[in-house]
Write a protein that binds this ligand. Structure first.
Ligand code: GLU
Length: 507
């Protein structure tokens, strides 16, 4: 690859960034990093009707949280920002130059047809399309004398600029994932490139002009843009920029968990999982959409999960750090077919990352949750408890349910456990055990085990029967880690107190 790799992530600020958009950003980032290239963030805000306040800030914050670094463009203050502005609404003057260039070269024309006229045409002509077959019957600079065009513009009449597409030509798009895509230009309409009403270009023109001026080498974007790619190729040609046209890679769609159709924003609400990286508060509707961050995901887990939705290195490896992804990623191993969104797998990734985390780091995250429940605990003790219990959870917040009994005595006892494990003899057994434990001086797990097992054997009691009843006293239910782990953490006084309370309440 002789050319410097420069990629761009070019979202429109129309709401929260969908998880599919995050994956597009990630693949761009991995590709850029692998090739020592640049990753640009550009905001495509030419459609003012769809602008959502706060969306740009949201995008920046989401990328930062995930560790998807931006080298150039929006959200970074760097001397590398020599191709700015990076917000399309601030590039009007630049687009004027290129609209004029296409008009002057005869690749575009001015059209005055009003929305109402176009609608009337659509009613009148089935499958109406503004193209080579119809343009000469419309109100545009191809059908009007030059003076009339000028005087209409002078009088303030609104117009659009349309791309003049020559019919009957096979347009080839080389896609790095899909290979050669060919479509006939006759199916394309004369796309609107510029609208005088808001003095802004449309997506297609702005996108091509910016990719060219920003020296983008590779356009990596969602499959929904594949149908636009032939038009883009024709635009590059019309500008005479074919030699430096970027390479294209269109990423497969993210599909609903059952594989039936594209994953949508509504699927998240319907099926109960986030489709956005961060929680999003829609300022217009007041609606709140859940985010991976607020649900308790680690950013590394989200990255790992997303990276494998549509790409696989080929072997068995599933856990990848960002650096490993950068090293292993390749566009030719991106799948052509849509990737099913497997949310359970997402949880599995979080579980894996949670196991890999240091207990002290997890304790740091768990301490505020303990505090919310009114528990003040020593950090070293919390780290020890987390180490005992983390295997059982996918998220840090789930630790509370699993570990609460280490920090607060049970106030009630699980019905089911009692039915199964608390027998007629249990109060007598616990009374004897209490006396034994009161006299026990060495509180180490080994000493306790020797003493208690010795007593059970001497009395010929059932180990399971006694130990399960003991567990109910300490935990309030028939669950938890090894019993001596519990007595070790809560200590002698608390152990005795819990057995006494249980005897009072359950006898
Ligand atoms: N603004 C487009 C989007 O929102 C960008 C498409 C492209 O990358 O060309 O997805």
């Amino acid at each position: 690859m002789s050319r410097k790799v420069r990629v761009r992530f070019a979202p429109s600020p129309t709401g929260a960034l969908h998880i599919g958009g995050v994956r597009t950003a990630l693949y761009n980032y991995l590709f850029a990093r692998q090739h020592g290239g640049d990753m640009i963030l550009r905001i495509e805000d030419t459609d003012s009707t769809r602008f959502v306040p706060g969306a740009e800030e949201y995008i920046i914050e989401a990328l930062q949280w995930l560790g998807i670094g931006i080298d150039e463009g929006i959200g970074v203050d760097t001397p590398l920002n020599i191709h700015g502005p990076y917000r399309q609404s601030e590039r009007r003057e630049i687009y004027h130059i290129y609209v004029k260039q296409l008009l002057d070269s005869g690749n575009a024309y001015i059209a005055f047809d009003t929305p109402a006229e176009l609608e009337a045409k659509r009613q009148e002509v089935p499958n109406f399309q503004y193209d080579a077959t119809t343009r000469m019957s419309m109100r545009n600079s191809l059908t009007m004398p030059r003076e009339e065009v000028d005087s209409r513009i002078k009088a303030g009449e609104q117009y659009v600029v349309r791309f003049k597409i020559e019919p009957n030509e096979d347009v080839h798009v080389h896609d790095l994932i899909r290979g050669e895509v060919v479509i006939n230009s006759s199916i394309l309409d004369d796309k609107v490139l510029y609208k005088s009403a808001d003095d802004l270009p449309t997506y297609h023109l702005a996108n091509i002009v910016d990719d060219h001026l920003m020296e983008v080498s590779h356009v990596i974007r969602g499959e929904e843009w594949l149908p636009s790619a032939p038009l883009h190729v024709l635009l590059y040609r019309a500008f005479g920029w074919e030699d430096t046209m970027p390479e294209f890679a269109h990423l497969p769609l993210l599909l609903k968990p059952d594989g039936n159709g594209k994953l949508s924003k509504r699927d998240g609400d319907r099926l109960g999982f986030p489709v956005f990286p961060l929680e999003f508060h829609d300022q217009k509707t007041g609606a709140v959409s859940s985010g991976y961050r607020e649900t308790g995901y680690f950013p590394e887990a989200v990255i790992n999960f997303l990276a494998l939705l549509g790409w696989h290195a080929g072997g068995d490896q599933e856990i990848y750090s960002m650096q490993e992804l950068i090293d292993a990623f390749s566009l030719d191993r991106v799948s052509k077919s849509g990737a099913k969104f497997d949310f359970e797998k997402g949880k599995w990734f979080n579980h894996q990352y949670l196991q890999m985390k240091d207990n002290a780091e997890l304790a740091e995250l768990f301490l505020p949750i303990l505090q919310q429940h009114g528990v003040q605990a020593d950090k070293a003790v919390v780290a020890h408890v987390v180490g005992l219990m983390k295997e059982r959870v996918n998220f840090v917040h789930e630790l509370w349910e699993q570990c609460a009994f280490f920090f607060v005595a049970p106030t009630e006892y699980d019905e089911k456990s009692l039915k199964k494990r608390w027998k007629e003899d249990s109060p007598r057994h616990m009374q004897e055990l209490l006396e034994l434990l009161e006299a026990q001086e060495d509180w180490s797990a080994e000493a306790l085990d020797t003493a208690v097992m010795g007593w059970i054997a001497a009395k010929e009691y059932g180990v399971g029967l006694v130990m399960n009843a003991f567990r109910i006293c300490l935990v309030g239910a028939a669950r938890g880690p090894h019993i001596w782990e519990i007595t070790g953490v809560i200590g002698k006084e608390e152990t005795l107190a819990r057995v006494r309370t249980a005897l009072e309440k359950l006898s």
